[in-house]
Design a protein around this ligand. Structure first.
Ligand code: PEP
Ligand code: MG
Length: 589
């Protein structure tokens, strides 16, 4: 049966392919067949993973006992999880599945978990019903161990698209995906993905845009309605998912898909054009990256440099932190790949939806944060973990010896945070100097403006820092009190809210007047429908995913910056988003 579902369009384009359902947040749990002679090894792999988690839990228990406050509660849940690990229902049944179906251990475990969770769901007792969370948690622990060794999505046999098949024939369907899950798509050939949860500027959505694959989030109930291998069309521009389309609809979308490809190819002609407005204002168009390998895409569009390297992605999907030397190599590889161009490296912005188990492993226990977006994130985390912060600062300073690297600090709000950060930079320099290691003494240090408090009390930023970069994603989240990852409030997440526009415009105005370069590196910079508005606010430095850069350049080439200035100041006087939208349309004339 054919039907359509609507969600939030987060990454444009059209993908046509077959559904590959993944379980919970554990994206990596693909099903694959193991050969007859490998079944025994698969069973050993499974048993070893259980043993590792049993050791982990035993260690946790020791630590819990050593920390008086949390001991009783923590020990209780550790004991419960340890009990599940030896229960034949969780430890035995997957073995039978592996033997009978010759499937991989991860898949067998998740199948059994889902079976158990369904049984818990049926229980009348609310306490027992809630215990399913413990099962899910312990299974996730085991999966992490298993996946630490084999991390792959394998195409299932017979899941081809058939006549007219494109290569991009794998569409991931998940209840939710974390940014750590999504970043792994960089290693895989994924046509697109859809999720039940998520907001338009969650980091999961951002990674989709950086991969330039169509994606829809916030579909609510897609996963339970879909089956593996259903034929799907993702219309990532409109946020529509079409399930099992008939031949006519499929044909229509294939046509649209090739139309979009032609448009994209036309834009490539702008690659070497200078980004300059009709009245001669030079605009700097920089790229946002998550990993050093993204440099290929940056070169494809000939970006002017890197405006934002989100280094936290280097810390994800691994058990141990990247050390100073490993980070140094990663940063140096980027700056060496772009000779003569600036590379803005942002210090670790971990927390909220961006999680790294290597950091959690360090802590030993997993603290449940009451409100992660308002918690120990980004610079707040770094200042509380000086060893990790210093190692990163040293790596960045050392890499800066090989090219023009700028250091960008996320989530600053207080003058004392700026002072502490600069003191840490000075300390990292002293350490390098004492060890006689080469580094850049004069590295420029900038701050992200992404908390309203920073935009409103800009003085210390102007006095103490060398440049500013406006993070509109968080600035909108915190100005409007909308969790950017929550689909339930995603309709209220509005870049054109007058309060947001005033904060952005004010920051550009004051920063520029004080002689500091000001960039925008949030998603607004890559939205071609907002290019004129930002130009009219006086912005001269935009940083975005490489896939968006040529479209933004096209807008710049058609704009007159000084004419936009007057129109934009009228727009900024509007105090309702609807009026702003009317005026925005007028910027096109
Ligand atoms: C932002 O908040 O706009 C930003 C660029 O940082 P991130 O999206 O990584 O939070
Ligand atoms: Mg941010």
């Amino acid at each position: 049966m054919s039907f359509a579902l609507h969600g939030f369009a987060v990454s444009p384009g059209i993908a046509i392919g077959h559904a590959h359902l993944v379980s919970h947040a554990t994206l990596e749990v693909a099903q694959y067949q193991v050969r007859e002679r490998e079944v025994e090894a698969e069973l050993v792999r499974f048993d070893n993973a259980l043993a590792t988690v049993r050791d982990e839990l035993a260690q946790l228990r020791i630590e819990a006992e050593a920390s008086p406050g949390a001991a009783a509660e923590l020990s209780a849940f550790v004991d419960l999880q340890a009990m599940f690990l030896v229960d034949p229902l969780l430890a035995g049944a997957p073995r039978t599945l592996i033997q009978e179906r010759r499937c991989n251990a991860e898949w067998a475990l998740v199948q059994q978990m889902e079976h158990l969770v369904a049984r818990f769901d049926e229980m009348d007792d609310a306490y027992l019903r809630e215990r399913k969370q413990d099962i899910v948690q312990v299974v996730e622990r085991v999966l992490k161990v298993l996946l630490g060794k084999t991390r792959k999505i394998v195409r299932r046999k017979g899941a081809g698209v058939g006549a007219g098949a494109t290569e991009d024939d794998l569409i991931i369907v998940a209840h939710d995906l974390s940014p750590a899950d999504t970043i792994q798509f960089k290693q895989l050939k994924i046509g697109g993905f859809v999720t039940d949860l998520g907001g338009a500027t969650s980091h999961t959505a951002i990674v989709a845009r950086s991969l330039a694959i169509p994606a829809i989030v916030g579909l609510h109930h897609a996963r339970p309605l879909l089956r593996d291998d259903d034929l799907l069309i993702i219309d990532g521009t409109r946020g529509v998912l079409i399930v099992n389309p008939d031949a006519r609809v499929l044909e229509e979308y294939r046509l649209r898909q090739s139309g979009l490809e032609i448009e994209r190819n036309k834009l490539k002609r702008l690659k070497t054009a200078r980004a300059v407005t009709l009245d001669g204002a030079d605009i700097s168009l920089l790229a946002n990256i998550e990993l050093p390998q993204d440099i290929d895409k940056v070169r494809e569009v000939d970006a002017g440099g890197i405006g934002l390297f989100r280094t936290e992605f280097l810390f994800m999907n691994r058990d141990e932190l990247p050390g100073e030397d490993e980070q140094f190599e990663a940063y140096r590889s980027v700056v060496k790949a772009l000779p003569g161009k600036p590379v803005t490296i942002r210090s670790l912005d971990i927390g909220a939806d961006k999680q790294a188990r290597a950091l959690r492993n360090l802590g030993g226990t997993e603290r449940m944060e009451p409100n992660p977006a308002l918690g120990l994130r980004a610079i707040r985390y770094c200042l509380s973990a000086p060893r990790i912060f210093l190692a990163q600062l040293r790596a960045i300073l050392r890499a800066a010896h090989y090219g023009e690297i700028r250091l960008l600090i996320p989530m600053l709000a207080h003058a004392h945070e700026i002072e502490q950060t600069l003191a840490m930079v000075a300390l990292a320099k002293t350490q390098l100097r004492e060890s006689r290691i080469k580094f850049d003494e004069n590295i420029k240090v900038g701050g992200m403006i992404e908390i309203p408090a920073a935009a409103l009390a800009l003085g210390p930023f102007l006095k103490r820092l060398d440049f500013l970069s406006i993070g509109t994603n968080d600035l909108i989240q915190y100005t409007l009190a909308i969790d950017r990852t929550d689909e339930a409030v995603a309709h209220l997440y509005d870049p054109l809210h007058p309060a947001v526009l005033q904060l952005v415009a004010q920051t550009i105005e004051r920063g520029t007047r004080a002689g500091l370069p000001v960039a925008v590196c949030g998603e607004m910079a890559g939205d071609a429908s907002l290019t004129r508005l930002l130009l009219g606010m006086g912005l001269r430095e935009f940083s975005m995913h490489p896939s968006q850069l040529l479209e933004v350049k096209q807008q710049i080439l058609r704009s007159d910056a000084s004419r936009l200035r007057a129109k934009t100041s009228r727009l900024l006087r509007c105090d309702e988003s609807v009026r702003v939208r009317e005026q925005l349309a007028a910027l096109e004339d």
